[in-house]
Design a protein around this ligand. Sequence first.
Ligand SMILES: Cc1cc2nc3c(=O)[nH]c(=O)nc-3n(C[C@H](O)[C@H](O)[C@H](O)COP(=O)(O)OP(=O)(O)OC[C@H]3O[C@@H](n4cnc5c(N)ncnc54)[C@H](O)[C@@H]3O)c2cc1C
Ligand SMILES: NC(=O)c1ccc[n+]([C@@H]2O[C@H](COP(=O)([O-])OP(=O)(O)OC[C@H]3O[C@@H](n4cnc5c(N)ncnc54)[C@H](OP(=O)(O)O)[C@@H]3O)[C@@H](O)[C@H]2O)c1
Length: 366
Amino acid sequence: MAKLLAATALNAGETDKPVNNIALSLTGTGITYQPGDSLGVWPTNNPDEVELVLSILKTSGSKSVSLRGQLANARDALTRRVNLREPTSELFALMADHARLEFESVRLSRLAENDELVAEYGIHDVFDVLVKFRSARPPIGPFLNALAPLQPRLYSIASSLSAHPDEVHLTVGVVRYDLNGRGYHGVASNFFAEHLAEGRRVPVYIQPSHGFSLPADSSKPVIMVGPGTGIAPFRSFLEERKATAATGKNWLFFGAQHEAGDFLYRDELEQFAAEGHLTKLSTAFSRDQAQKIYVQHRMIEHAAEIWAWLNEGAYFYVCGDAKRMAADVDAALKEIVAEQGGMDTDAAAAFVKQLAKDGRYCRDVY
Ligand SMILES: Cc1cc2nc3c(=O)[nH]c(=O)nc-3n(C[C@H](O)[C@H](O)[C@H](O)COP(=O)(O)OP(=O)(O)OC[C@H]3O[C@@H](n4cnc5c(N)ncnc54)[C@H](O)[C@@H]3O)c2cc1C
Ligand SMILES: NC(=O)c1ccc[n+]([C@@H]2O[C@H](COP(=O)([O-])OP(=O)(O)OC[C@H]3O[C@@H](n4cnc5c(N)ncnc54)[C@H](OP(=O)(O)O)[C@@H]3O)[C@@H](O)[C@H]2O)c1
């Protein structure tokens, strides 16, 4: 059980992408970690949503229920144990059985059989199901048992124990978006942003990294590419390399939408750069000009130097968006290797593959 020390906004002023530094105390937990590890967090559901569900189902929060074989009270089960984000086919089937209106029962049965209809019917979470099918009000016990279990969330650790003894820090992007005319909030990111009060505790565990770690030889240079919340493990790397007086050079590529609002950990990074600890800091602010500028564009601009660092034995790390950024950065790296190393496409791909095999090209993407 880690205690919240502080949730601090990392944005300066206006932003479309709020991000918080979450500092947790590990005192008394016996938990330790290495830079590159992730923290698993068991969040709780939004208390307002829990009360709404109780009221819609006309149930007292203190009612005793058996959930997957364990006794709990309804409020606690809704708060800690069930997934209110993704409706299951079991929920649709249960609601179909309890719908008093025939057309609602038919629709719910269709949803139970074909989850591709969910988007077509404008359903995104469990609350939508209760609101759209007003004649279906199952008892709380079967309702809870028809929901999926609440899952933990993983966060890349953003601190080093050498710099923050007995603490773990996270870089949490707050998930909020509009769909079908209503707002939705991500469970864990809003739990940290809004619902976990300072001094309160949250269950956590360490998910050790498999290979996403600093070079054993601390004289090796590191190149880190971490746009958005992908910066997290690199703050940890930089803190650790400073605290342990590692002699290797450090180069960070950071990207975000706007320099003014979204330059996460700006003061710390600029301080590291001023001290010479951060040998190079290359930034890409995508929306501060007419044309998008991303981290991979900055990499291409510095192709010769990246190639020189790789030849000095640099390790190359990428963290953040798996869907587009990681693939584009991978393509840029191969382009740099081909152009600077005078290789054809196949030879450049083989070179990058060998880097990965040697543990010198490491990715933590999600
Ligand atoms: C190894 C690993 C490391 C990670 N590290 C970090 C980190 O350092 N920082 C960080 O912020 N996150 C990180 N994540 C992501 C993190 O685990 C959570 O997924 C994230 O915080 C969202 O959780 P949530 O509970 O707030 O949102 P949830 O309640 O889980 O909601 C998220 C879901 O909402 C849906 N959704 C989101 N946006 C939209 C949209 N615009 N339209 C429609 N649907 C949408 C998607 O289905 C998405 O999966 C990491 C993930 C992994 C696997
Ligand atoms: N599972 C979840 O719900 C969840 C929650 C939080 C974060 N995440 C994921 O975590 C990752 C980081 O999210 P984030 O919001 O901190 O940052 P992000 O969305 O990765 O944005 C950071 C910067 O990267 C830019 N970018 C967009 N496409 C890119 C590309 N193809 N190559 C390089 N840069 C690109 C963005 O520019 P533009 O925006 O101007 O295009 C922005 O300037 C993303 O994968 C995000 O989906 C997931």
